[in-house]
Design a protein around this ligand. Sequence first.
Ligand SMILES: *Cc1c(COP(=O)(O)O)cnc(C)c1O
Length: 385
Amino acid sequence: MTTHAETPLAGSAHSWNTRAVHAGKDDLAALGLHAPPIDLSTTYPSYDVVGEAERLDEFAAGHDDGGPPVYGRVANPTVRRFENALAELEGAEAAVAFASGMAALSACLLAQVAAGKPEVVGIRPMYGTTDHLLESGLLGNTVRWVTPDEAASAITDRTGLVVVESPANPTLTEVDLRALADACGTAPLLVDNTFATPVLQRPLTLGASLVLHSATKYLGGHGDVMGGVIACSEEFARSLRQVRFMTGAMLHPMAGYELLRGLATLPVRVRAASATAAELARRLAQHPRVTRVHYPSVGGAMVSFETSADPVALVSAVRLITPAVSLGSVDSLIQHPASLTHRIMDEVARKDAGISPDLVRLSVGLEDAEDLWQDLTTALTHAAR
Ligand SMILES: *Cc1c(COP(=O)(O)O)cnc(C)c1O
């Protein structure tokens, strides 16, 4: 199977796979370096006070000239490397990184509310806390929940964001992003691409305006770094940098380093875990205690399934797989959305979003498929009711 990952990247002599390894690091050899340096500075020396004041004004307006950042909340050279690499891999003009995925989403909401566009059009299901943030109106937004077909009629000139996840958490429901982008017109379509990653799907090429990642998941890939990032136009990036400058949810430089390192192995990790996930999805579909399997057409390392066994007992009975929230690590994780990640949703909304109480969500890692299958089938037997 050839995917867009093997074809040359626009504006580059090399393929997407090659750029995943080298993006954000092209200047290293000329600097006499191999691994990217980690800049932990919170402040930067300045002997030209007038010049520095002018640069700070530019930074406060959301511009980033790539020079010394004045202060660590404004920008950071290590974080910039990750931002530049992710922007390139998503085919974006720019990317802005935050301390978590939720901080990245919050910045988008704050930017749009401040611009007089507080209305959000949301398509369920989505990540439980995203749903909760939009529904709460905490940041001054309103939300209208629609199906993809209803999106066009819900958009007004005060719509700041149309928010969708595809494949969606936790049902792995897919939305036709190109059709949705057309329906949005000039309203910005934000696609949470956490599950597919740019290896399998690049929403900006399908007409989206903003791509969100919880970098905590596949981009980091090892369950040891929190981060979030928005890939978008340079114009939107300026609003996001302004918000980040004022509200402070900057990505830590160590996290920037780890996320840049994660990008280099993203294609191999996602392809290997996806192959295992597809195999497990095939086997689960044949299992007598599995009533329904959800696996996306774009592929990916997430599998959800509904079981006639007790889903809570099942999640507690695994031994190799870890019962835990989160996803996208090198090791496999399993959880019960109705009791954990999507517990925060109203019960009726959860049911409407297709999140059955029998649904179990599996994040497939890099273990051997046979070992995972053994663990799952043993747990399914223990959890029979
Ligand atoms: C985890 C997650 C988020 C939130 O990201 P954090 O890094 O935990 O703040 C948003 N969307 C999706 C799809 C996620 O899986």
